[in-house]
Design a protein around this ligand. Structure first.
Ligand code: PGA
Length: 261
């Protein structure tokens, strides 16, 4: 009976998740509307793929979402409300129809976001009824496996406030920092290896039946040229896409590839 429940849950989650992280782009609201419209047009013709668009905050209210295209945010505040000039809270995001929030992106971590802040943000996102896309990844690779210890540490510390019941809302994005913003993603077998390791660390913290249902994405120079290989052989549920998500042709092709797998 129990087993049946798990497999039902898993089969519901088979559809690929492709997340566009626009970062601080494009320059104008008009361009943002056009980009959103062009991507949504492709997304709405496809099944088996969930598209999520994470625009900069000022463009979020302009985005018309539906079942095929969901709204995501690029960050949230650890605070709930009050005297925190320039901050945006999880409840504000939720009130706009936001369903996903990127948390702990390496560009935010480099700007001073600690694991403790990431951990609090994850809790705030889940408590506001959204799903955190938690970015983790090593800054560089070495040959003696120290990078795995770095991933373990980041993962464990980022999840300190995530109780077992909350874990099913969590999506992990494995983003090796050195592979972000380049031309080539890392090899799909290296991604697969990292995914196995991430699941192993998660099972040190949570029951395996919960860990099995966790979605893991890959991010870092993914594009229409490598999406098929990564999705087929990297053992990931989807992609977190930066640069290529600003090119509707490239991103549209990634959506088609994901839908076809
Ligand atoms: P990239 O960015 O696809 O441009 O490498 C990914 C990310 O930073 O989320």
């Amino acid at each position: 009976m129990k087993g049946k429940k798990v497999s039902k849950k898993r089969s519901k989650r088979i559809s690929k998740l492709i997340v566009a992280n626009w970062k601080m782009n494009p320059d104008t609201a008009e361009e943002a509307k056009n980009l959103f419209r062009t991507i949504a047009k492709v997304a709405r013709t496809l099944s088996g793929v969930q598209t999520v668009i994470c625009p900069p905050f000022p463009y979020m209210a302009l985005s018309k979402t539906d079942g095929k295209v969901k709204l995501g945010a690029q960050n949230t505040s650890v605070e709930e409300r009050g005297a925190h000039t320039s901050s945006v809270s999880s409840s504000m995001l939720r009130s706009l129809g936001t369903e996903y929030v990127i948390v702990g992106h390496s560009e935010c971590r480099a700007a001073g976001e600690s694991n403790e802040m990431v951990a609090k943000k994850i809790r705030s996102v889940i408590q506001s009824g959204m799903m955190p896309i938690v970015c983790i990844g090593e800054t560089h690779r070495d040959t003696d496996g120290n990078y795995l210890a770095a991933i373990r540490e980041q993962l464990r510390q980022s999840l300190v406030y995530t109780e077992r019941a909350m874990l099913t809302s969590v999506i992990i994005a494995y983003e090796p920092v050195w592979a972000i913003g380049g031309k080539e993603a890392i090899q799909s077998h290296d991604i697969h290896q990292a995914v196995i390791f991430i699941r192993k660390v998660l099972t040190e913290l949570y029951p395996p039946e919960v860990v099995r249902s966790i979605r893991i994405l890959y991010g870092g120079s993914s594009n229409a040229g490598n999406a098929d290989d990564i999705l087929r052989h990297g053992e990931v549920t989807g992609l977190l896409v930066g640069g290529a998500s600003l090119d509707p042709k490239n991103f549209g092709e990634m959506l088609r590839i994901a839908a076809g797998i």
